[in-house]
Design a binder for this molecule. Structure first.
Ligand code: FAD
Length: 544
């Protein structure tokens, strides 16, 4: 074929594709209004690229700016339902017109899976499903699927200062993404994960049926609590169990640098933190910072550039955590269990539980809890990975990790270690799909900032850097395990078109779920055999 006929063919293919895409797009919108019980109200919650608000609605809940560039595929249509019947209509029409669907809650997905994919798709943005109803006498709450943790925590605090939900730490995270992947927070060592504290759920399945725990059955109810709900249906709401917390709790922070015995402290932390009483949780944030080698002055992790020629890079170890009790008791506990850290009362702050939620979302204890209702937050483009560590990393290997970190400039990266043990190891590996229980010392999370464009050479370097760090720690992690809520497409993806084999999907499925992956595949094969609810790492149904 000569160049001119090749170009003609290419042009024809592109034109045909755009006609088809605009056709299916039009048919899809027509379907939404035609089959909605209330065509007027659904037309008010549909946004096409022609709509002036389309961009702002799309970007409102994008928390990883790596997926906010012009190169990121955009939805044909965004629907922000306000009624359950509108969700049913979207499912019906997406199936009828063979359009993929992405479901978004808080929008924190690490790989942008809730709002971007290559194939033509509709974005179902559940942000208006955000009502919370707390029954403080029964210590339960119903929370709609599009609510954020901040909205849930705020509503609980309005009713009681001694009840809480063991959810995540950052208030803009959506309840559904969090719960449906497990969801750890400051109460994990006392009460387990968010998903361990769910009593009921309402969802819409691939046939448009609204099901609750009783009608969906225990298999599906098991799968959506940690197995990733977006493989199984659209969650409408969760009934969660609230747990007891003291009226006054303690938050604390202690900073040490490499020069202040940092490596030995981290080495000890690995075995001490998972064995503390359940009331205490001690995490570690590790950042690259500048320090002045002449006067020893240190900068913050937010200072990207050196100020003087005497500045050199070092690491700052932030020991941060909380205790369900008074500061005095916590200081005594630390003196007994971890005297080397030298925690004193001045490192601690006694607050109410809701004030602690504010502090860990980077507000101040005195700030109004209404700040927790704000759904937008500080965002950057990034790539992250996670592993579960089940044997202490020796000093030499820790030093190797430090060398790796020090190759990056301050602000570009961080490493976060979250201690396990306590209630986390009492719950069986198969109770819910999240399997990383007994034997896990801590979860390691690593992040690198990118430029937000895959074509930028700096991004290729950042990707290479994080992949090699992940490989470097692999010998100390349980079979390169990973946390679903820090999803990572490097582990593998489903075929874009056509089925994916069990073996192929095991590459990521077994890392997230271990043996529970098999049960998830069985549940998927029963409840969604045609694989309507799919994304790059969704659970594939077994092939007949
Ligand atoms: C800044 C930040 C802080 C974090 N802190 C924590 C933490 O403390 N603890 C922790 O465990 N994790 C934490 N995470 C990870 C977080 O739990 C996951 O990213 C989680 O998936 C986010 O949920 P979301 O609803 O905000 O995200 P989304 O991107 O909206 O959704 C995530 C997944 O859930 C699916 N989903 C959303 N709504 C529905 C629905 N109604 N029905 C079916 N499927 C749905 C989406 O399709 C997608 O697959 C944090 C993430 C970030 C970015």
């Amino acid at each position: 074929m000569n160049t001119s006929s090749f170009l003609q063919l290419l042009f024809l293919t592109i034109s045909l594709a755009s006609v088809l895409s605009s056709d299916s797009h039009q048919h899809f919108i027509h379907c939404l209004t035609r089959f909605s019980p209330n065509p007027n109200s659904i037309s008010q919650v549909i946004y096409t690229p022609q709509n002036l608000s389309y961009d702002s609605v799309l970007k409102f809940s994008i928390h990883n700016l790596r997926f906010a560039s012009s190169a990121t595929p955009k939805p044909l249509v965004i629907v922000t339902p306000r009624q359950e019947s509108q969700v049913q209509t979207v499912i019906y029409c997406a199936k009828k017109h063979d359009i993929r669907m992405r479901i978004r809650g808080g929008g924190h997905d690490y790989e942008g899976l809730s709002y971007a994919t290559k194939a033509p798709f509709v974005l179902l943005d559940m942000k208006y499903f955000s009502a919370v109803s707390v029954d403080h006498l029964a210590a339960t709450a119903w929370v709609q699927s599009g609510a954020t943790l901040g909205e849930l925590y705020y509503s609980i605090a309005q009713k009681s200062d001694t009840l809480a939900f063991p959810g995540g730490i950052w208030c803009t995270v959506g309840v559904t993404g969090l719960i449906s992947g497990g969801g750890y927070g400051t109460l994990r060592r006392k009460y387990g994960l968010a998903a361990d504290n769910v009593m009921d759920a309402r969802l819409i399945d691939a046939n448009g049926r609204i099901l609750d725990r009783k009608s969906m059955g225990e298999d599906l109810f098991w799968a959506i609590r940690g197995g990733g709900a977006s493989s199984f249906g659209v969650i409408l709401s969760w009934k969660v169990k609230l747990v007891k917390v003291p009226r006054i709790v303690t938050g604390f922070r202690v900073y040490r640098t490499l020069e202040q015995n940092g490596t030995e402290l981290v080495h000890k932390w690995q075995t001490i933190a998972p064995r503390l009483p359940k009331e205490a949780e001690l995490r570690l944030l590790i950042n690259v910072i500048w320090t002045n080698k002449t006067n020893g002055q240190i900068k913050t992790p937010q200072d990207a550039e050196p100020i003087s020629g005497a500045d050199e890079k070092t690491l700052r170890f932030e020991f941060v955590g909380s205790f369900l009790g008074p500061a005095e008791e916590f200081v005594l506990l630390m003196k007994e269990k971890f005297p080397e850290l030298g925690v004193v009362k001045e490192d601690c702050l006694e607050v109410t539980y809701i004030q602690m939620a504010l502090i860990f979302s980077l507000f101040k204890a005195q700030d109004s809890p209404t700040l927790l209702l704000n759904r937008t937050s500080y965002t950057i483009p990034f790539k992250a990975k996670s592993s579960f560590v089940n044997k202490p990393i020796p000093i030499e290997r820790l030093e190797g990790i430090w060398k790796h970190l020090l190759k990056q400039r301050p602000t570009m990266t961080n490493l976060m270690l979250t201690s396990y043990g306590g209630r986390m190891e009492e719950i069986s590996e198969s109770a819910i799909p999240f399997p990383h229980r007994a034997g896990t010392l801590y979860m390691m999370y690593m992040r690198v900032t990118t430029m937000g464009q895959s074509t930028n050479p700096a991004d290729a370097n950042a990707m290479e850097w994080i992949r090699s760090l992940y490989e470097y720690v692999a010998p100390f992690t349980a079979n390169q395990s990973a946390y679903l809520n820090y999803n990572d497409l490097d582990l593998g993806v489903n075929n874009e078109y056509g089925p994916t084999s069990y073996e192929q999907a095991s590459a990521w499925g077994k890392k997230y779920f271990k043996k529970n992956f098999d049960r998830l595949v069985r549940v998927k094969s029963v409840v969604d055999p045609s694989n309507f609810f799919r994304h790059e790492q969704s659970i594939p149904p077994a092939r007949p």
